[in-house]
Design a binder for this molecule. Structure first.
Ligand code: F6P
Length: 407
């Protein structure tokens, strides 16, 4: 998906709805990352952040009581401040704004919808519903107790307070109704979905993305192949076999996973250096062409020195804009990102731990997406050989840990 593949410039506000600890922020952040990676100008606003910035993080559950006359107006003020910032963003050319708050009361949603529609912005509600106590408890313990709201409090006291906060919201919660327009309801963290009035390219695409993602603890590992004959000679591209050192890395990688997980999904490119690198781990690795290295076109198999001396203008053009530069009859990093979209969607839908063994440019692009980096930075990310990148999911993205298995 690319922003340019929609026929006209969209202006869409995604308004989250749901009780606290139902995964709204997880969904909102993932959606924002996905849309911005594939070319939309996006912004995420979180009303809780406005509250924390203006009245401090430490507020007891009673602060959130719907009939607390002392705080009600203040809370509406934060909601309006966040809305104003989102409207400014749209005025400045923004395309998809994500409004992350509980929005559990109908009158708040009506207010948002009228203000947004009045400025020519479509609204899509995404409501996360969950009554499964195990999912809620895991969510609270994993994502909420570490908030600045609970700094210095024991985990048990924080847990009690957060549950009391949820109860305050429950008192006036009214789920989104059909006459409120377009919505996607995500029930029990993706067990069931309800779609209403989903029309047009972008809302449909968002709905199908939402059906892929799951709050999950599965880890993603990324690795380049072991050293190849081409790496040794400093040649780019090609389909060379592993060197002895490369084969040693393949063995070390298998040991690494033997100690960690039995249930591992392994994806490689179709080039022999990645296939051989994963061969000791499993015989079930899936070979996927979209994971092949950036296509260096007419420069495939050359060294950087050869490119600089034979095609100095091309070499200089790449140095000027490495992200957009496309090798003659080959690819740019921007092209690589586009062709990785099915991999990213497949990765989001994957419930088991995954290892991707691929190539420098491809790993940079996948890493950039997963870590929410600016796209233009991805050609410069350090991705050394013989190093496993371990990405563990958090509410806002992934935590990065690296294991250098060999020099
Ligand atoms: O040198 C190894 C390699 O994987 C090449 O095949 C590829 O062209 C290159 O890395 C990508 O890195 P960069 O974009 O920094 O040239």
């Amino acid at each position: 998906m690319a922003a340019s593949s929609s026929l006209n410039t969209p202006k869409l506000a995604v308004v989250m709805v749901g009780l606290p600890a139902r995964g709204k922020t997880f969904v909102a952040r993932k959606l924002q990352r996905y849309l911005s990676w594939f070319g939309y100008i996006t912004r995420w606003v979180n009303v809780g952040d406005y509250r924390r910035a203006q009245v401090g993080a430490r507020q007891p559950a009673s602060y959130f009581a719907p009939d607390n006359a002392a705080t009600r107006g203040e809370r509406e003020g934060f909601a309006i401040d966040a809305l104003k910032d989102l409207l400014e963003f749209f005025k400045d050319g923004g395309q998809v704004g994500i409004y992350d708050a509980t929005n559990t009361e109908r009158f708040r949603r009506d207010y948002l919808r009228k203000a947004l529609n009045g400025s020519g912005i479509d609204v899509l509600f995404i409501e996360t519903l969950c009554e499964n106590p195990a999912i809620i408890e895991t969510n609270v313990r994993r994502n909420k107790l570490g908030l600045p709201d609970y700094a210095g409090m024991t985990a048990e006291n924080a847990f009690q307070d957060f549950n009391a906060r949820i109860d305050q919201y429950k008192r006036t919660y009214v789920p989104v109704a059909e006459d409120e327009g377009s919505y996607v309801k995500i029930i029990d963290a993706g067990r069931q979905f309800i779609l209403h009035d989903i029309d047009g390219y972008l809302p449909s695409h968002i709905a199908s993305f939402l059906m892929q993602i799951r709050p999950t603890e599965r880890v993603i590992w990324l690795s380049r192949h072991g050293e190849s004959e081409s790496n040794l000679e400093g040649r780019i591209g090609g389909d060379a076999p592993l060197t002895e050192r490369g084969k040693n890395y393949a063995a070390a990688l298998a040991d690494f996973f033997r100690e960690r997980t039995a249930k591992l999904v392994v994806w490689t490119s179709t080039l022999q250096r990645t296939v051989a690198t994963a061969a000791n781990i499993t015989s079930d690795a899936q070979q996927i062409r979209a994971l092949n290295e950036i296509d260096a076109g007419v420069c495939d198999g050359w060294t950087y020195e050869e490119i600089a001396s034979r095609m100095p203008d091309e070499f200089a053009a790449r140095a000027r804009d490495k992200f957009r530069y496309r090798y003659p009859r080959g690819e740019s990093y921007a092209d690589v990102i586009q062709r990785l979209e099915p991999i990213i969607v497949g990765l989001e839908g994957q419930r088991s731990p995954v290892l991707i063994v691929a190539h420098q440019a491809v790993i940079r692009a996948l890493y950039g997406y997963l870590m929410g980096k600016p796209k233009d930075d991805c050609p410069y990310t350090e991705v050394p050989l013989h190093t496993v990148i371990q990405l563990t999911p958090t509410e806002n993205g992934y935590e990065d840990e690296r294991f250098k298995l060999m020099l």
